[in-house]
Ligand binder design. Sequence first.
Ligand code: FAD
Ligand code: NAD
Length: 453
Amino acid sequence: MSASDPQRDFDLIVIGGGSGGLAGAFRAAQHGARVALLEPHLLGGTCVNVGCVPKKAMWLAAEVAGRLRMARDLGFDVADSPSLDWPTFIAHRQRYIAGIHDSYRHRLDAAGIVLAPMRARFIDARTIECMDGVRLSASQILIATGGHPVRPDLPGAELGGVSDDFFQWTAAPARVAVVGGGYIGVELAGLLQALGSRVDLLVRGRLLDGFDVELVEQLAEDYRHAGVHIEFGHHLAAVECDGDGLRLRDRDGRLSEPYDRLLFATGRRANTASLDLAAAGVATDADGYVQVDERHATNVAGIHAVGDVTANLALTPVAIAAARRLMDRLYGGSSSVLDQRDIPTVTFSHPPLGKVGLTEAQARERHGDEVHVYRAGFRPMLHALANSPQRSLFKLVCVGAERQVVGLHLLGEAADEILQGYAVAIKRGITLDDLRETVAIHPTSAEEVVLMR
Ligand SMILES: Cc1cc2nc3c(=O)[nH]c(=O)nc-3n(C[C@H](O)[C@H](O)[C@H](O)COP(=O)(O)OP(=O)(O)OC[C@H]3O[C@@H](n4cnc5c(N)ncnc54)[C@H](O)[C@@H]3O)c2cc1C
Ligand SMILES: NC(=O)c1ccc[n+]([C@@H]2O[C@H](COP(=O)([O-])OP(=O)(O)OC[C@H]3O[C@@H](n4cnc5c(N)ncnc54)[C@H](O)[C@@H]3O)[C@@H](O)[C@H]2O)c1
């Protein structure tokens, strides 16, 4: 499209070609809608380019490093400290990502979706202007512009990087400080330590708020064994730079040892600044997220929003599921609405930590004495063989005389792969008896779920 084109009219304009935007565009086109998609950067957005995918690649590299160390302990002829050549690994990672870009391009072409590689802003509630001045109009507009990482507002913060910067690194820094105890802080701290850095994880409040406290404590123990230094109650006041590197000053004035790198994993904000939402009258909440109802409708008829630009759970499958259901309602005659309860999620720590449903604390708040908790703590076989201290902890939260399963929490090897199937079962309302009537697969970690006492 160019500025000489007349204004183009579509059924649907999708702003943002990340997880939510692409899923919405494909589903609407499948239903026969004429769709335009605007994306000024790389197709796939955060998840594919600076999120889930490159993160999981680095996590896998870190897991391989851990396996190599265990292999050596088990008698394999492996170097004492096997090291990773980052440029080689990154070439594999980026080749994988380039394949995803190609696949999206082919699918967009095949679906007849018009892709405009441009930033969009609202002119009014039906009209979008691309950065080259071309105007597009549609009766439906989907905002799926995602979010971006934020640094805390303190002196010297610009000396630290954020997760987007991490994916540009080409070597493990010798000493690194990670600030923030959420998903990203825990994931990057764990994988950097496994890949050879000495990591300090600086946590202001709780570690992995929202995950089961007991499992988080076990994970912190596993991290300590792996060499990650976790400092709780750390309040960063300023970042300084001298000849030795970056030093952190805390709010009591204490100055840290020097670090080669500093990473902020202190949360994300919605991408709305470039959209000129006011021109369309779209409302945002106090934190800057686009306000939507459970059907992902904004306050303006015909304008919807999904994904990280809203205050919904910031997870790729949530953005995708919301977008698909929305398009099924708009163009497919469906009335299905995304059920935001019991959404499974995993922190890709070492070992991974997963949850679905209520934590023990949430269950007790809602159901009091009706709550029954079952645990299995064990060393997975490979770790026991190799004398590695890493432990697994599984926890089942049940409610009532029937012992309905309302939460499952898994910390340990393969937790990321085990959880998905149980998420289906829990959504179907299974009880403890259903688990106990299921014959175990032996010897596995997964069998502990059906054998829990
Ligand atoms: C380091 C990291 C690791 C993560 N790991 C996981 C994980 O393991 N599992 C998981 O489920 N989730 C993970 N997430 C979260 C996941 O990436 C997001 O929830 C998901 O990408 C949100 O999708 P989205 O479509 O809402 O936004 P995005 O994927 O961010 O896409 C938004 C797109 O909109 C474009 N855009 C912005 N403004 C405009 C404009 N004005 N005009 C046109 N286009 C615009 C942007 O360029 C971007 O491509 C991770 C996130 C990060 C940062
Ligand atoms: N595996 C996954 O599914 C995955 C992985 C990464 C990210 N995500 C998604 O992306 C979202 C964003 O991740 P995130 O880790 O950036 O955010 P987060 O909100 O999960 O965690 C931010 C952390 O930074 C802390 N913090 C905030 N300001 C601070 C300050 N000034 N000083 C010190 N600490 C501060 C918070 O207390 C919190 O612990 C997640 O909530 C999640 O939904 C998912």
